[in-house]
Design a protein around this ligand. Structure first.
Ligand code: GLN
Length: 298
């Protein structure tokens, strides 16, 4: 840090971030975090800031306050995505806050698998309809609408705050998505339209697993999006089952993200009525997704 009264340079502030955060993040992560925050504080592109590392900025107090308070949050373990207020999903800039989960790489895989299948079945001009249940920050809905601009995409969530985040993301990307604020667990299926695809990453972690999880997740991410009661761990999957029975068009598919230890039990449940239930592994080798097809009779 500078020892005189001059405001510090970005180089000095960056060095301070590196020193303070070295136990939590790698140097390249700190670099990304710092420049993303500095870009917000200075309202300048990262590339411009990188060329002005040794400049001393006037009216620095507010910017300094912003960067110092962000550093404090980072040091106290707040995930950096919440501190910088954004992340990436399949290359898309996604704004977020603690009312939504930080999108996981598995969920990117789910989006990729779904998009690949829709393209294979219908081509990129697909103009059917898709619903993303428990949309959170909206990432699955956004990815589908971006890949298939002619599709009708509906995104549902119980949380008003989450939907605000999702709507913001849709606005930023100029994607028209229909948002529904509803408690999926008490939805009346007869009110739902027909869908060609249903996709969902619902809450699926039993409460009892909380104690084995990283405090970074448990202390900062929304419990409503993560946890289900131990006595009823498949509550969302049962409701998705009913939605699929009521609303999937012939040849329609339901794609769900699942708990890695639960695929056998879930396959059994869905196999009672659905023609084909295919579990898929994620890149880490965990059973993470189910692809479910309509009953043969439909
Ligand atoms: N995969 C997330 C996690 O491990 C959980 C997502 C969810 O519950 N839907 O934290």
């Amino acid at each position: 840090m500078s020892t005189n009264n001059l405001p510090p340079t970005l180089q000095e502030l960056l060095q301070n971030y590196k020193t303070q955060l070295s136990d939590l993040y790698s140097t390249s992560e700190i670099d990304y975090i710092f420049f993303t925050l500095a870009s917000k504080a200075f309202q300048k592109d990262k590339s411009i800031l990188r060329t002005a590392l040794n400049a001393r900025w006037s009216d620095f107090a507010q910017k300094r306050l912003f960067l110092d308070s962000a550093l404090f949050q980072l040091q106290s373990g707040t995930p950096y995505q919440y501190v910088v207020g954004e992340t990436e999903f399949l290359g898309m800039r996604i704004f977020l806050n603690p009312s939504v989960l930080i999108p996981r790489p598995e969920t990117e895989e789910l989006a990729e698998k779904l998009i690949k299948q829709i393209t294979k079945m219908h081509g990129s001009g697909f103009n059917g309809s898709v619903i993303d249940v428990c949309t959170g920050s909206g990432v699955l809905a956004l990815a589908v609408k971006k890949a298939f601009p002619d599709a009708r995409v509906i995104a549902l969530d119980i949380s008003e705050d989450a939907l605000e985040v999702a709507k913001n993301n849709a606005l930023y990307h100029h994607l028209h998505i229909e948002f529904l604020q509803q408690d999926f667990l008490s939805i009346d299926m007869s009110d739902m339209p027909y869908f060609d695809f249903i996709v969902s990453n619902p809450p699926y972690i039993p409460q009892s697993e909380k104690s084995e999880m990283s405090p970074v997740v448990v202390n900062h991410e929304p419990h409503q999006a993560l946890f289900v009661e131990d006595q009823n761990p498949f509550i969302f999957y049962r409701q998705l089952y009913d939605l699929a029975l009521a609303s999937l068009r012939p040849k329609g598919k339901l794609w769900v993200e699942i708990h890695q230890d639960k695929h056998e039990a879930l396959v059994k449940i869905y196999e009672e009525y659905f023609a084909q239930v295919i579990p898929h592994k994620d890149y880490s080798g965990n059973w993470r997704f189910l692809e479910i097809s309509k009953p043969i009779t439909c």
